[in-house]
Design a protein around this ligand. Structure first.
Ligand code: FMN
Length: 232
């Protein structure tokens, strides 16, 4: 082998090693970041659950009593538009002495001004909301971010409400003839949030009985309607 070809193969080897090391570093950094983000999301979720469910109403390990579900009423994209990689959302079940008392549902409000608004919706067995929290959103600071409890108390208005209280046709912002406040100059965000919470209550009403008997390995329903019929 000539000196020139030796030099070329040495440079290629060096380049190859450098690329491999760079790939290894990037893979490791990605995994560490992904794990950290997952852990932060888990903590935010736990914090949200603790905020919306009074600790004395349940005695089970709620984070372990969870089922995966999929329904357009919870904000899932229709089956045909759903990326295969999308994870099912979760429903956490709260029990006392083995009896169901409440559920906390992961819900997506798809119609925010800047995209999806992710919510935790806590609902008691009788259909009353124990609370709602926004876990993530991209709404505009100063306009739509009043859905966050650290910015305003708007989200607390849901507590205690149910499908009948107010009546279904008043589950809207005031601008649309409903009972919920909007924000000045920013109606889209609260409108999307109110609609998503109402739909999640419809889901709960239709699925309540099987939600608490399902084991964690199956999906209770693909679709449901407010009258309690299921086709999933
Ligand atoms: C830059 C920009 C950001 C906005 N961000 C939001 C938002 O986060 N949430 C929202 O509801 N409306 C937002 N709006 C306002 C909407 O365009 C729209 O005017 C409003 O939501 C309708 O509410 P209104 O009927 O009270 O005017 C934004 C508008 C602009 C120009």
């Amino acid at each position: 082998m000539s000196d020139a070809s030796k030099l070329v193969s040495f440079s290629s080897l060096k380049l190859g090693i450098t690329v491999l090391v760079a790939i290894a570093i990037l893979t490791l950094a990605y995994q560490l970041t992904r794990d950290r983000i997952a852990e932060q999301q888990r903590r935010a979720e736990l914090r949200g659950i603790m905020e919306i469910l009074p600790a004395d109403i349940y005695d089970n390990d709620i984070l372990a009593d969870v089922i995966p579900v999929q329904s357009e009423l919870l904000g899932d994209a229709p089956e045909s538009n759903r990326p295969a990689a999308l994870e099912n959302r979760k429903i956490y079940r709260a029990r006392k002495n083995g009896q169901p008392v409440a559920a906390v549902m992961q819900v997506t409000a798809p119609g925010g001004y800047n995209g999806n608004i992710e919510l935790l919706v806590g609902v008691l067995l009788d259909g009353r909301l124990s609370g709602v929290r926004v876990t993530s959103h991209k709404e505009t600071p100063g306009l739509g971010d009043g859905i966050e409890l650290r910015v305003s108390e708007w989200v607390l208005a849901f507590t205690g409400k149910s499908l009948g209280q107010p009546p279904t046709d008043r589950w809207k912002v005031e601008r649309d003839g409903g009972d919920f406040d909007q924000f000045t100059g920013a109606t889209i965000t609260p409108r999307a949030t109110v609609a998503a919470v109402r739909k999640s209550l419809e889901y709960f009403a239709a699925q309540r009985d099987i939600l608490f008997t399902e084991t964690g390995d199956s999906t209770p329903s693909q679709e449901s309607d407010p009258d309690g019929n299921t086709n999933g």
